[in-house]
Structures are given as C-alpha cells and as structure tokens.
Design a protein around this ligand. Structure first.
Ligand SMILES: Cc1cc2nc3c(=O)[nH]c(=O)nc-3n(C[C@H](O)[C@H](O)[C@H](O)COP(=O)(O)O)c2cc1C
Length: 408
C-alpha cells in the first residue's frame, strides 16, 4: 500500500543483514537516492559489524535503526510505522540466516519483525558462500518466500569474498535499484496484457486414453506469476495440471491443442506480450472414439493402429499476425539444443526462443529448476545458469522488457 505522503518515486526501506556484501550498501543507497526514492535503512545486529549505521544515517538523512528494544528509536518511529512507511522493502544483502528467519515467519529482531509486519512488496538480494547458497535448506527457504510473492534478485556467479568461486555474489547495486524502480511501477508493466500458455495438451484416443507429454506447466505458471507480480494483466491458458493459479492471474483451462489454439486466439488481440511455453502435441488421433476401445473388439493378438493428424502450429499462427506484440516461444530439445532452437526460431518467426535441454535431469519437464538458452533472431545466444523456474521467469521478463523498450 502506498501511503498518501509518498514522494513521486516512493519510499524504499532498505534492510541490511550481516554479510560481507554489506560494504556495497552505501553505493546502493546512493543509487536509490539518485533514482528519486526516499530511503531509510534498518540493520541487523550482525550487519552493524560490516557497515556503519552512521554512514547510512548520513547518506539517507534518517536514523538507521538496528535495535528493536530501543525506547528512544522506537519513540521516534516505531517498527510498525517503518513497516507501514515502506512502499518497497529491499533486503540487501540477504544472509542465509535472515532468509531462514523470513521463511519461518520469525520476528526476534528489528529487521525480521519489520519484514513480518510490512504489507509492501519485498525484494531480497541473497549474498553468501556458494555452498550456503546451494544448500537445500537455503533453496527451500527461497522457494517458500517466492511462493509468498517475495521477489529475488541474484545472486550472481563469480569470485566470492570467502575465496570460493560460484554463485553467491550480491547483485550489482544498479540492477537492484532498477528492480526496485520496476516494483514501484516506474516502468511499463502496468496495463500490459501478457498471454502465457503452460503445460502439455491431452489428445484423446478414446473415452479414457489420451496422447500427452510430461510437461508439468511449472515454467509457464512461474512466468504468469512473475508477470502478475510486476503489475501486468495476465491470462494463463493452461493444459491439464494440478498447479495452483498464481495470485492476480486469469486462468483458462484447456485440454487439447485445438482448445488451446481457440483460447489463445481469443486473448491474443488484447495482449501485448505472448509467451508460448506450453508443450503442445504436434499430432492428435484422427478419429477419437467416444467410447472406451475394448481389447475384445480387436482380433485376438492384433495391435491397435492409431492414425495421427497434425495439430495447428499455435506459435507460428500468432507470430504471423503479431503486429507490434512481443512473441516468445519455447523449445524442448534433447540434442543439438542451440542449433535446433535457431531453426525453430526461424520457422516460427518469433522475437525470442527459450530453449531447454530436456536430456538434463535438473532441467526441463517436471523439475523445479531450469537451465535455458535465450536465442534471438540475430543468432545471439544467452545461456542462463541452472536457476529455479521462478528466477528463469524473472530473467525472461527482464529480457522482454528490453525487447519492448520499456527499460531505458
Ligand atoms: C566475515 C563474515 C562474513 C560473513 N558473510 C556472510 C555472507 O556473505 N552471507 C551470509 O549469509 N552470512 C555471512 N556470514 C554469517 C552471518 O554474519 C551470520 O549468519 C549472522 O548470524 C547473520 O545474521 P543476520 O542474518 O541477522 O544479519 C558472515 C560471517 C562472517 C564472520
């Protein structure tokens, strides 16, 4: 909720926890200030060992609190007032310990209490040793936070302060300030229509059997969730799956490719961005039987011959009439991933193709993580590291923002 007294570029409450990356916080404060945001800082007790509250107080012009039970500070602006004051809370750096406290709903210190009390959107910028980052406990905490709508930026890969190499560096202050700007609606997702397809299709053979595939829908649901979080108006056309509809998303359930095509065409006119991540069956049984086909109906020992006919190519169909819309396709490939993706991009004439290697066990169908390549019409290929599907969704939307020219 934005308070009536918010300045044009909003109130940013910067919560600092005790990681070595806290040395970058003064620069982050300056960048947020330069973007026109009013900034206040709160620190964990551990954070005060890495960055001086006095420095942050001087840069922001407001007290930088670190204690919950300080009668003087609490009298000046209470922890609940701080939580209500914020239009966005940025947690940077976010330690493994603070992420665990947030995921567990703990409120034993000023920062975690404010985080539990605030109703503002929260962005966390994790920073830690690579093994702490990869630990299943940390990943699970992150997943729980994402499920609650907490946004995550980074960490980046590189040389870490602890001497290890790998993911764990806090994202650059410029990237964090940019993301905060987006969350405050400074850029163009509000009012943008985003159409997403997700999951596989189910093509009936008879009354009980069907031709389908292993797509879980998780990637498309993550994209829809992220777009809604950024303020877009999202329609999610979903094949059969048991995933929950993300908050703020309008969902249209379909079964077959023909139904998906009809639903996509219905919503396409009013969308500005279409992300076709569903695994649409290329073929369907030509003459599905309305009744269950019984073994006894066949000659003894005879097999069942299925005639398959091609399904419409939904992605190529909408690409052909996209106008100034951004159209993004997905390709699940098991070998020669990049070359196959480049060929598919040329065939479908879309603006970006997201290719994943389904031969990996940690990416592709029915996993919570994905490792994708973003292939552009010019032939450029950007490889993203193994990330949660929520994080892939965030990176993909960042890329679409650039394609739409909304981030300058
Ligand atoms: C020199 C040093 C550097 C540290 N760097 C990190 C770090 O980058 N990320 C992290 O999660 N924890 C780091 N820690 C551990 C945290 O400071 C520790 O877990 C602390 O309890 C976190 O408290 P807080 O979450 O309340 O800030 C570091 C500890 C030390 C002594």
């Amino acid at each position: 909720m934005t308070s009536a007294a918010s300045p044009p570029n909003g109130h940013v409450l910067l919560a600092v926890s005790g990681g070595i990356a806290a040395y970058k916080v003064p620069e982050l404060v300056r960048q947020l200030g330069r973007a026109g945001h009013e900034v206040r800082c709160i620190l964990t007790e551990a954070a005060t060992r890495f960055v001086s509250p006095m420095v942050l107080q001087t840069l922001t012009g407001a007290p930088a609190r670190s204690e919950l039970f300080d009668a003087g500070e609490e009298g000046e602006i209470s922890h609940i007032e701080l939580a209500d004051w914020a239009d966005v809370v940025l947690v940077a750096p976010a330690t493994a310990d603070l992420l665990a406290r947030m995921a567990g709903g703990l409120a034993g210190d000023l920062v975690s209490t404010v985080l539990l009390a605030t109703r503002a959107p929260v962005l966390v910028a994790p920073a830690m040793n690579v093994n702490m980052w990869r630990h299943p406990a940390t990943q699970r905490n992150l997943e729980r936070l994402r499920e609650r709508g907490v946004q995550v930026e980074g960490p980046e890969a590189g040389e870490l302060a602890c001497g290890w190499e790998g993911e764990g560096r806090m994202s650059d202050p410029t990237a964090l300030a940019g993301r905060v700007g987006l969350m405050l609606g400074g850029h163009g997702w509000r009012g943008v229509g985003v159409l997403v397809t997700a999951g596989g299709t189910r093509e009936p053979i008879d009354a009980v059997r069907a031709v389908t595939n292993r797509s879980s829908g998780k990637m498309g649901f993550a994209i829809a969730a992220e777009a809604a979080r950024r303020g877009a108006e999202v329609v999610l056309v979903a094949g059969p799956c048991s995933l929950e509809t993300p908050p703020g998303v309008r969902r249209v359930d379909v079964e077959t490719a023909l139904e998906m095509e009809a639903a996509v065409h219905e919503s396409f006119e009013s969308c500005h961005v279409a992300v076709m991540s569903a695994a649409v069956a290329d073929f369907r049984p030509a003459t599905p039987s309305e009744r269950k086909i019984k073994k006894e109906d066949l000659a003894p020992g005879a097999g069942l011959r299925l005639e398959l006919v091609p399904n419409p190519d939904i992605l190529a169909g909408i690409s052909a009439r996209r106008g100034d819309r951004v159209v993004v396709g997905f390709a699940a490939e098991s070998h020669d991933v990049i070359e196959a993706a480049k060929r598919k991009l040329a065939r479908k004439a879309c603006d970006l193709l997201v290719a994943n290697d389904i031969s990996r066990s940690d990416a592709g169908f029915d996993t919570d993580t994905n490792a994708v390549f973003l292939v552009s019409p010019g032939g450029q290929v950007e490889e993203l590291p193994l990330l949660s599907k929520a994080e892939v969704a965030a990176r993909l939307l960042d890329r679409i923002e650039k394609l739409r020219g909304v981030v300058r």
